[in-house]
Design a protein around this ligand. Structure first.
Ligand code: GLN
Length: 540
C-alpha cells in the first residue's frame, strides 16, 4: 500500500517486558488520533500455532473470530484497540517454514537453493505487505516475539531490516522495548543491558528510533541522556515506561505523557490531532478509586501462572468497570479444594468462576466448587470446561447419577453427560481440530442470558471438543436446569442456567475473548453485579 506506515516493535534484555502491551497501548493512542491501525505478532518458535502448547510454556491461547489459536498478545491488541484480527495477524516460524517447504516441494523455487535469506525472509515480508493490503490500515504495527539476540529471531529481524529499506525510512520505524533494572545494592538504575541490547540490534543493521525503557523507578534526566548517547537515540525518544501502579490500562496514558505518539507521528509524517483520552481516563479513574468492591474466586489448574487465564482476569476487571466496582481476584488451585474442602477454600467470596481447561488434574476440586456455589447460592460463572463441570455436578448431586462424568476424564462413565460429538470422534490430529472460533447461538426468551445480552442471537468464540450429551436434556430440564442458549439448529447446548439461584450461568463458549475495558462483556457485567449483591446484600 502506497502510504501505509510500518512500526516494528522488538524487545531486548529479557522476555516478559510487556512488548505486546506497549504495542497495544501505542495502538490505542494512534486510534485516538483518528488513525486506522492494525497489529500483528511474529513469533519465532517452530510450533505452527500456540494451540498445541501447554499453558506452562505459553500462557493462555487466545482465540480469534475465525478460530485461529494465537498468542495472548493478540488479546491485548483486541482489548486496547478496535482492530479486527484474523489468523493473518499471528505468524510463527512454524508457519513460515511450512510454506517455504511446501513451495520447495511444489517446485516454486525453480531449482534454486532454498535459503533463510532470501526465501524465509521474503515469506515474512509478504505477510507484512498482505496485512497492509487487507486491513487498509494507516499504520501496521508488527511486534517481533522473543528477545534480541535469540538465534531463532534472526530471520525476522533481517526481514524487517530489509523491509524498512524497501518502503523508505520515513515510512518505517523501529521501537525497541528494553529493560533498565534497578540494582538494590547499588541503589541505582543500570543502563548497560540496554546499551548492549541496542548494540546487538545495530549489529544486525537496525537502529531503533524510539527506546521504551521498562523500569521500576523513574528514569531521571541524566540516565535518559546517557541512554540517548550510548544508544544513538534522540533524547526525547528515550521513553520511560514504569511498572504501572494499578492497571495495565494506564500504559497508553503513560506513553502519551512521554509524547510517544507525537514522536511516532512526526517521524512517519502522520499529520494528526492530539489524542483525546478523556474517556480512557474515566476508565482508569474507576479502576483506581471504584465506589464498590467485590471478591471473586477463580478456580483453575494453572493458578500460579500469571498468564494462563489472562483474558478471564481482564474480563472480570471489565465487568468491574461496568459496575464502578473494584474486583479482587482470588486465585484458587482446584486441587487445594480437593485437599482442604470447599468451605475452607471458598468462603467469603462474592462469586465463583471456573474457567476453561483440559486434562484431569483438579477436576474434582472444580466440581466441588460448582456444588458449593449452587448449594450456598453464591453467584457462579462457568466458562467452557466450567460449564461442563457445572453439568457434571448437577448430574451427580441433583439427578443422583452416580459417577456422571465427561468422557474426556472417564471414557467408561455410566452417565457420560458430557461427551464427544460424532465428528470429533474421527479426529486424530491435535493441532487446530477443535470446534473453534465465532459461531452464532440462539437464546431462550425470558432467561437470565437473554436479559444480560439484551438479544436473542449472539456470536461467541469457541475452543472445545466435548459437548453436553442431549440424551440427558429432558432429565436436566425436569430437575430445574434451563438450557438458555443453543446453536441455531437447537442441537448443541451453548448456555445453561439455574433460575432458582441468585446467579448461576455457564457457557460452552469463551465470552472472555470479546470483552474490552470500554465494552465490558454482558456476562461478566452481570456476574460482578450479582457478586456484589451476594457480598454486600445491596444492589449496585
Ligand atoms: N476440555 C474441554 C473440551 O475440550 C473444555 C475445553 C475448554 O475449556 N476450552 O471440550
Amino acid at each position: 500500500m502506497a502510504d501505509t506506515k510500518y512500526i516494528f516493535v522488538t524487545g531486548g534484555v529479557i522476555s516478559s517486558l510487556g512488548k505486546g502491551l506497549t504495542a497495544a497501548a501505542l495502538g490505542t493512542l494512534l486510534e485516538h488520533r483518528g488513525l486506522k491501525v492494525v497489529l500483528q505478532k511474529f513469533d519465532p518458535y517452530l510450533n505452527v500455532d500456540p494451540g498445541t502448547m501447554n499453558p506452562f510454556q505459553h500462557g493462555e491461547v487466545y482465540v480469534l473470530d475465525d478460530g485461529a489459536e494465537t498468542d495472548l498478545d493478540l488479546g491485548h491488541y483486541e482489548r486496547f484497540t478496535n482492530v479486527q484480527l484474523t489468523r493473518l495477524n499471528n505468524l510463527t516460524s512454524g508457519q513460515v517454514y511450512q510454506t517455504v517447504l511446501e513451495n520447495e516441494r511444489k517446485g516454486v523455487y525453480l531449482g534454486k537453493t532454498v535459503q533463510v535469506i532470501p526465501h524465509v525472509t521474503e515469506e515474512i515480508q509478504k505477510r507484512i505487505y498482505l496485512m497492509a493490503e487487507q486491513s487498509k490500515a494507516d499504520v501496521v504495527i508488527t511486534e517481533i516475539g522473543g528477545t534480541t539476540g535469540d538465534i531463532e529471531g534472526l530471520p525476522f529481524l533481517e526481514a524487517i531490516r530489509e523491509f524498512a529499506l524497501d518502503v523508505g525510512t520515513n515510512n518505517a520505524m523501529f521501537i525497541h522495548v528494553t529493560y533498565v533494572p534497578f540494582i538494590k545494592a547499588a541503589g541505582e538504575l543500570k543502563t548497560k543491558p540496554t546499551q548492549q541490547s541496542v548494540a546487538k540490534l545495530r549489529e544486525i543493521g537496525i537502529t531503533p528510533h524510539v527506546l521504551v525503557c521498562r523500569c521500576e523507578k523513574p528514569l531521571d534526566k541524566e540516565l535518559r541522556a546517557k541512554i540517548s548517547m550510548f544508544c544513538n537515540v534522540p533524547l526525547e525518544a528515550v521513553i520511560e515506561e514504569k511498572d504501572v501502579d494499578h492497571s495495565i490500562y494506564e500504559v497508553p496514558l503513560m506513553l502519551q505523557r512521554e509524547r510517544m505518539d507525537e514522536i511516532v507521528c512526526r517521524h512517519l509524517g502522520l499529520n494528526t490531532p492530539q489524542a483525546d483520552m478523556s474517556q480512557w481516563r474515566e476508565i482508569i479513574r474507576t479502576l483506581i478509586a471504584p465506589s464498590h468492591r467485590v471478591r471473586i474466586g477463580v478456580v483453575g489448574k494453572y493458578i500460579g501462572l500469571q498468564d494462563a487465564y489472562k483474558s478471564v482476569y481482564e474480563a472480570l476487571i471489565h465487568g468491574g468497570i461496568a459496575n464502578d466496582c473494584g474486583v479482587e481476584i482470588v486465585r484458587i488451585e482446584a486441587q487445594e479444594i480437593e485437599r482442604h474442602g470447599a468451605e475452607k477454600m471458598l468462603s467469603g467470596l462474592g462469586g465463583i468462576l471456573v474457567p476453561g481447561g483440559f486434562g484431569e488434574r483438579g477436576i474434582e476440586g472444580k466440581i466441588r466448587a460448582a456444588q458449593f456455589a449452587r448449594e450456598k447460592r453464591i453467584p457462579y460463572l462457568g466458562l467452557c470446561l466450567g460449564m461442563q463441570i457445572a453439568v457434571i455436578e448437577f448430574a451427580r448431586n441433583v439427578l443422583k447419577l452416580e459417577r456422571a462424568h465427561s468422557t474426556e476424564f472417564e471414557p467408561r462413565s455410566p452417565h457420560p453427560v458430557i461427551c464427544l460429538q460424532e465428528e470429533q470422534k474421527l479426529v486424530t490430529k491435535k493441532g487446530g481440530t477443535m470446534r473453534l472460533g465465532r459461531q452464532p447461538a440462539q437464546l431462550l426468551m425470558g432467561t437470565l442470558a437473554a436479559k444480560l445480552y439484551g438479544a436473542f442471537v449472539i456470536q461467541e468464540r469457541h475452543r472445545h471438543r466435548y459437548e453436553f450429551n442431549n440424551k440427558y436434556r429432558k432429565s436436566f430440564e425436569e430437575a430445574g436446569m434451563v438450557f438458555s442458549g443453543t446453536t441455531p439448529d437447537g442441537k448443541l447446548i451453548e448456555l445453561i442456567e439455574i433460575p432458582d439461584h441468585p446467579f448461576f450461568i455457564a457457557s460452552q463458549f469463551h465470552p472472555e475473548f470479546q470483552s474490552k475495558p470500554h465494552r465490558p462483556h454482558p456476562l461478566f457485567r452481570g456476574f460482578i453485579a450479582a457478586a456484589h449483591l451476594a457480598m454486600h446484600q445491596k444492589p449496585l
